[in-house]
Design a protein around this ligand. Structure first.
Ligand SMILES: *Cc1c(COP(=O)(O)O)cnc(C)c1O
Length: 419
């Protein structure tokens, strides 16, 4: 045995010296990446990233200031910051871990998912530009694209998910970018990322995908050729329902302008949040595995239950994007949406009878959460407007946590018996 070890050790060493190989870090599995990826040494040799809580940073003397400013002007890599709005070591540490997880050159951290999305789009688009978004986007993203951006002279078209012809027809001479989300909220529609990229490349358009529901464990959009991936890190990445954050990841060339814009508009996260986020990221692999597995089992249970009308989870052959899921996704995350037989009151009865999940919006945390979209996220709309978005009154969104699936299923069973 000892002999074998030394031989293989020798070969590995020789390979590294003689042949250019893929860096080891790129060959590692996602769980290893989540624990170690993007980690850098720090002056204290602490295993955790130091939490640097400061508004500004000191310089030794004027020459040190000049050297720093010159490096900054010439776009040299900076190993320090000058002021909290332009950078913070704890935030940089979180960004480098997030970049490693997405296989990106760089990542930029924000105070929330919506701040990441809105700052990114404002930095990329100008008056006279046009963008195309897919239907079923996170509701505030859609509002930002169709209403807010319009006030700044930026036009937006909305096309159905995976409708190749509609997407091609929506593209105009002034179209700059395509924005999509996958899986979507609450119906778990999956973007056919291959089709999306093919069309974007033919028209030389930038592509942005909100991958919050997927996590880098189930889909890595950049590997499919997407330019920029965004997340509400509030959800799975942080994973504990204890903070809000957002991230944009992609090539340095595309993010340099965003970073500068971030310094102008002040759309920054903070060091304490960044350190909590790093802590959450380390268990991402374990958590997503459990979310995937729990949600799949619950979806199967619900699909066979007589009190349930329809279940929206892509591991089920009845889901419209089942085939895309098999080809492009490694798992489908923790959100299971379903309609119960009956009306909105029946759904409310089930919700109120559930004993384990907590009644709250949001998703992606350790705790299971449930909500009835018609009475919370879409409450101010008329029933007709809700129906147009596919939000039926009897729809329940179940964000499955990391509890024991058997307990969650038994709990659902007793609640469904009450209607
Ligand atoms: C929650 C969410 C957002 C918004 O993120 P915040 O962190 O709440 O600002 C955007 N996109 C998706 C898919 C989300 O689930």
């Amino acid at each position: 045995m000892a002999n074998n070890h030394s031989i293989s050790g020798f070969l590995t060493l020789a390979e590294e010296i003689l042949i250019p190989v893929v860096p080891d870090s790129l060959k590692r599995g996602e769980s290893t990446q989540a624990v170690h990826g993007g980690r850098s040494e720090n002056p204290y040799h602490s295993i955790t990233e130091p939490l640097v809580s400061t508004a500004t940073f000191t310089f030794e003397n004027t020459q040190a200031v000049k050297t720093y400013m010159q490096n900054k002007l010439w776009g040299e890599p900076l190993d320090r910051s000058e002021y909290g709005r332009y950078g913070n070591p704890t935030i940089t540490a979180a960004e480098s871990r997030l970049a490693a997880l997405e296989g990106a050159e760089e990542a930029v951290l924000f105070a929330s998912g919506m701040q990441a999305i809105s700052t990114l789009l404002l930095s990329l688009l100008a008056a006279g530009d046009h963008l195309v978004i897919t239907e079923n986007l996170y509701r505030k993203t859609r509002q930002f694209c169709t209403a807010t951006l319009q006030r700044y002279g930026i036009e937006c078209s909305v096309v159905p998910m995976n409708d190749e012809q509609a997407l091609r027809q929506a593209i105009r001479p002034n179209t700059r970018l395509l924005f999509s989300e996958s899986p979507t909220n609450p119906h778990n529609r999956l973007l056919d990322i291959e089709q999306f990229i093919t069309i974007a490349k033919q028209h030389h358009l930038l592509t942005v995908v909100d991958s919050t529901f997927a996590t880098p464990f189930n889909l890595r959009p950049l590997e499919w050729g997407v330019d920029l991936v965004v997340h509400s890190a509030t959800k799975y990445l942080a994973g504990h329902n204890d903070l809000l954050a957002g991230v944009v990841a992609g090539r340095h060339e595309l993010l340099a302008g965003l970073r500068e814009f971030q310094g102008i508009v002040g759309a920054i996260s903070d060091a304490y949040v960044a350190s909590l986020l790093i802590r959450g990221l380390k268990t991402l692999g374990l958590r997503v595995q459990r979310h995937n597995e729990n949600a799949r089992r619950i979806a199967e249970f619900l699909a066979a239950h007589p009190a349930v009308e329809r279940v929206w989870y892509p591991s089920l052959p009845s889901h419209p994007d089942y085939a895309i899921g098999l080809r492009q996704y490694k798992g489908f995350g923790g959100v299971v949406s379903f309609t119960v037989k009956g009306d909105g009151n029946s759904a409310a009865q089930v919700l109120d009878a559930l004993q384990i999940p907590l009644l709250a919006v949001s998703l992606g945390g350790t705790e299971s959460l449930v909500s009835q979209p018609a009475v919370i996220s879409y409450y101010e709309l008329s029933r007709q407007e809700r129906r147009a978005l596919g939000i039926e009154d009897n729809l329940i969104r179940y964000s499955v946590g990391i509890e024991d699936a058997d307990d969650l299923i038994a709990d659902l069973d007793q609640a469904l018996r009450k209607v």
